[in-house]
Design a protein around this ligand. Sequence first.
Ligand code: HEM
Length: 450
Amino acid sequence: MVTTKTPGPKGLLITGNLLAFRKDPLGFLLKTQQEFGDVAHMRFGPARHMYLINDPDLIKEVLMTKQKSFQKAKGLQTAKAVVGEGVLTSEGEAHLRQRRLMQPSFRKDRVSKYADSMVELTDDLLAGWKDHQERSITDDMMELTLNIITRTMFGTSLKGGLHDIGHAVEVGMKYVSNKASSIFDIPESIPTKSNLEFKQAAKTLDDVIYRIIEERRNNPNTNGTGDDLLSMLLAAKDEEDGTGMTDQQVRDEVMTIFLAGHETTANTLAWTWYLLSSHPEVEHKLWQELDQVLGGRKPTIDDLGKLDYLHQVIWESMRLYPAVWVINREATEEVEIGGHLFKPGDTLMMSQFAMHRNPKYYDHPEQFIPERFAGGELLKRIPQFAYFPFGGGPRVCIGNNFALMEAALILATIGSRYKLSLAPNHPEVEPEPLVTLRPKLGLKMIVAAR
Ligand code: HEM
């Protein structure tokens, strides 16, 4: 039977559930999941109908089988100011074409070429660490993953410029994040401080990116080794019509990868360090594995297959603190999912944070138990979308292999040499769900040589 009336948490007359959601998004989603069935109705403001989808098979319908009836929800439109019409923000045919062009550059064998740079840049970070020093691990991880994505993108051809790029990307990210969470949408044309700062940052990035694109187009053989991502994007040809990308499209994809490709991994690592520091038995087991496999040397891509427990730690960290904590989709036509009829404009929310803590699929869901992922049994047993840190369907994270390899190599490189503990009197560590899920107030940790 198809129903148009779906139960959900009670809201206020005009704002509906918006204020309750804003006050504590994660708590609100968890509670709604516990109290209502597979689909819960909410209202954000007088006429914006939102539905939390709590069943993995229904999530699969939204993201895979019936994905043609949906588009990415409006929140992401603000990202267009930075990334234009890249693979993250485009829809329909345009998205499929960009995805076809980009996909080969993110294949496992291609991204494995970046392993050595990842380890080298982690080593560079460690060169600045002093024994028993207090550091902002959230800042360190953010800077490291930004350096890695910049090196991956431009190879070693980017002389100097690294700092300018880093700063400009940070300004762009903050701008998107603030805009996405602000109630009033101040148009870009109004010269507020943040609009001006953003314009300057966008110009810096455009200048650098277009200059490098031009150099590469004029001189394909003399710049870079051909292995960096930019070379691959410039060389990519659509297998269906044989055409490549325009400069503008390459620029949009470069920005997209900067935006999507570092904060998520940085937060995943920050959460992992926090969880390890608060679970000494897991930390010791990880050290044992690292010592046994690496014996004190730096990790390489070939070691990754032997670091089983390290991967379990990363999966479990992404279960409890998924960097992407919710995926939203907006119906573009009338569509039925799980007996519920959705109208054009309705927004469906699928929350990794809530689903990954659902007791139907996980014993002791609030506890950090990496062993639950041992041998891959759990992932075979539970439905596909009971665990979906990278999303799924045609818009599944294009960088998932890259991210897992990066997180594993960084964790192995640092974990072999340092123990990280929360700084004394650290405020309680709480998740803050902005564009990504990050530790509110950051993480201050003492780094001690092992
Ligand atoms: C732990 C790290 C990461 C997590 C948890 C993550 C998660 C996600 C998720 C959940 C989506 C799907 C969003 C949706 O369907 O609305 C996504 C998309 C995307 N991710 Fe990631 N990501 C990570 C790292 C990366 C990296 C390293 C890159 C690039 C180097 C990247 C590039 C992208 C792109 C381009 C998309 C858009 C794909 C499309 O719409 O076709 N991500 N990511």
